[in-house]
Design a protein around this ligand. Structure first.
Ligand code: HEC
Ligand code: HEC
Ligand code: HEC
Ligand code: HEC
Length: 136
């Protein structure tokens, strides 16, 4: 009897772990796996003052029906040639300056705000106020 209930508990624990695992990483794109939702807190912002920003990757690309190229890009001669299947790098791999633009390449601060906030403002949907993205 005791042995049996332990076995059941172990099996349950595995089932819960498996469920949690798939919930955290379920979007299997041609460009690799990406968590359904995650918090953005880039280490480039060394003196970070704001709270991490929640981002719903799966919802944006599936429910909100946004193309990868709304957010991911590889520029060639001023044109975004990113296609599904290309390697995706962190924004900070190219937007390497935290606050100062470097020519056409925006600072990481401006890259995130121009991408996220400007789309929400234009669409009149999604968080637009500071504290809606940064609760603290
Ligand atoms: C649509 C979401 C969104 C809105 C609205 C928004 N931000 Fe951000 N902000 C971000 C994201 C994403 C980052 C990158 C977060 C990171 O890596 O820490 C960021 C980074 C920052 C940073 C640098 C990181 C830090 O912690 O110091 C500051 C400062 C900041 N935002 C201030 C503001 C202020 C002030 C406003 C309102 C005028 C604002 N943000 C509105 C999404 C948003
Ligand atoms: C609304 C914006 C948006 C859309 C649409 C979007 N992504 Fe993303 N994606 C992001 C952001 C933001 C990150 C995190 C970047 C960072 O941390 O610097 C990310 C991360 C990723 C990662 C993980 C990269 C890593 O190094 O861990 C992959 C893979 C990815 N996206 C693929 C895709 C693909 C393929 C599509 C289209 C089917 C897509 N994304 C659509 C914004 C988006
Ligand atoms: C492979 C390098 C690279 C990566 C990775 C990258 N960027 Fe960029 N980004 C650039 C370059 C280069 C430009 C300037 C392009 C031009 O105007 O010629 C740019 C321009 C932009 C612009 C202004 C033009 C526009 O499309 O509105 C925004 C906003 C932006 N990036 C946001 C992001 C965000 C957010 C991420 C991560 C999800 C990201 N970038 C990842 C290289 C990159
Ligand atoms: C090209 C347009 C676009 C871009 C870029 C974009 N969003 Fe959104 N976002 C939307 C839309 C559309 C909604 C849905 C609003 C609704 O239906 O109420 C949304 C909703 C959200 C929500 C509410 C939860 C949800 O998914 O419904 C959060 C949080 C959010 N966005 C954060 C971000 C952050 C952080 C970034 C940048 C990394 C970003 N968004 C980039 C269009 C965009």
């Amino acid at each position: 009897m005791k042995k049996c209930s332990i076995a059941v508990l172990v099996a349950l624990a595995f089932a819960v772990a498996a469920l949690m695992g798939t919930a955290a990483i379920a979007q299997d794109t041609k460009s690799g796996k990406v968590a359904d939702s995650f918090k953005i807190k880039d280490p480039l912002f060394k003196d970070s003052k704001k709270s991490a920003v929640e981002f719903t990757h799966l919802k944006h690309s599936v429910d909100h029906k946004l193309a990868c190229t709304e957010c991911h890009h590889v520029f060639k001669d001023g044109k975004n040639v990113f296609k599904d299947g290309d390697k995706v790098q962190k924004c900070s791999a190219c937007h390497t300056s935290p606050k100062k633009n470097q020519g056409k390449v925006l600072s990481l601060y401006n890259a995130f705000h121009k991408n996220c906030r400007d789309c929400h403002k234009a669409a009149k949907k999604g968080p637009q106020k500071c504290n809606e993205c940064h609760p603290k």
